[in-house]
Design a protein. Structure first.
Length: 113
């Protein structure tokens, strides 16, 4: 349980569950489907070696991850966003790999809800 708390803020998820009610599972599905698109956008941005595109794609996924209480994913996206904002691309591939791995972990945890 401690390890999963590193990945998801269960207080945030419980609040969402209360607010969303019967629609909570739809929210989870929407997040998962949306995340596929957002991860691909980050992959494309990193491949294009365009710091502004990297910043934009990471910012977009950061907001989505934050709303779902995916704390480590949010942190990684923020780090990539900051990298792009600074005009840098060095290290973006490593962060992309970490984001991809973390998203897979979050997705797996969300399946268990």
């Amino acid at each position: 349980m401690t390890q999963s708390k590193q990945h998801l803020d269960f207080d945030t998820l419980n609040e969402l569950k209360v607010v969303m009610g019967d629609e909570f599972s739809l929210l989870i599905d929407t997040f998962k489907n949306d995340s596929i698109v957002r991860v691909q956008a980050i992959k494309d941005a990193v491949a294009s070696v365009d710091p502004e595109e990297i910043r934009r794609a990471a910012h977009s996924f950061k907001g989505s991850a934050s709303n779902m209480g995916a704390t480590e994913l949010t942190r990684l996206c923020r780090e990539l966003e900051d990298l792009g904002r600074s005009g840098q691309v060095e290290g973006s591939q490593n962060l992309l790999e970490q984001i991809t791995t973390e998203y897979e972990c979050v997705e797996s945890l969300l399946k268990g809800l």
